[in-house]
Design a binder for this molecule. Structure first.
Ligand code: NI
Length: 255
């Protein structure tokens, strides 16, 4: 019943046991995974994982901190990836003002180019927004793509704006962290039909595994916490989040 809408199984953290781990996940509770690219190389790796594993799908895109090193024809490369049936979204793309290494103007330009490509190809976007809420919302309002703001870190008000734009809110392990106040408020307020669950693994393992290597099975801890806060069963939450993912990423089919 677990659908992980955001994972990075191409990461070197999985080099020693990737095959075993992924097979084990699909033999237990996990019914589907979207592996998300951050640059051309990891996008290509996502495509390869989707080719190899029936229950993995790929998103391809250039992350805001990677925009300085993209080749000039990167949009053509992303388009060619998206021609494959199991490549289902553009992501992760967006804005990251946490570190000042990459110019904000370059980030915005590349973000807009990729959102425009998603509109042209009619595919959803997976948005990364770190400390850049105002500019992120401005660009999403301008283009109104379908998609999800992953690992959502904004306020309840911003979550409402995302929902009003017709988009989804991605919730992950952060909601289980002891100091998580705002993420919990958001997790309680977003309509059930707009929640996606995710890991961002190998990062952001939920409590009680915080700090260790994360994998998709750990979504159960995140789901437990959100279901408890919302006063619903964990089954209802997992089922709802899976249905939402299949509605948004409509090229995906799982049982
Ligand atoms: Ni990610």
């Amino acid at each position: 019943m677990i659908f992980d809408s955001h994972a990075h199984y191409d990461d070197a953290a999985f080099d020693n046991d990737r095959d075993d781990l992924i097979c084990r996940l699909f033999n237990t509770d996990v019914c589907g995974i979207i592996n998300v690219g951050c640059n051309i190389q990891t996008s290509k790796a996502s495509v390869n994982l989707a080719r190899r594993y029936p229950l993995i799908w790929a998103a391809v895109g250039v992350h805001p901190q990677e925009v300085d090193s993209v080749p000039p024809d990167y949009l053509d490369i992303l388009s060619s990836f998206l021609a494959e049936e199991k490549v289902i979204a553009i992501g992760e793309i967006g804005l990251d003002y946490h570190y000042d290494e990459t110019s904000r103007e370059t980030q915005k330009a590349k973000f807009e180019e990729q959102v425009k490509l998603a509109k042209t190809l009619d595919v959803p976007v997976i948005i990364h927004d770190r400390d850049a809420h105002t500019d992120t919302i401005e660009i999403l309002k301008k283009y109104a793509p379908k998609g999800v703001v992953h690992c959502f870190s904004g306020s309840v008000e911003m979550a409402n704006e995302v929902v009003n734009l017709g988009m989804y809110v991605g919730l992950g392990g952060v909601v289980t962290f002891k100091n998580a106040k705002n993420p919990v408020l958001v997790a309680k307020s977003v309509p059930l039909d707009r929640i996606l669950l995710e890991t961002d693994c190998p990062y952001l393992a939920p409590e009680p595994n915080r700090g260790s290597r994360c994998d998709s099975s750990m979504i159960k801890f995140t789901a437990d916490k959100i279901a408890l806060e919302r006063g619903i069963s964990v089954e209802e939450l997992l089922r709802g989040a899976k249905e939402n993912a299949l509605r948004l990423f409509s090229k995906i089919s799982v049982k």
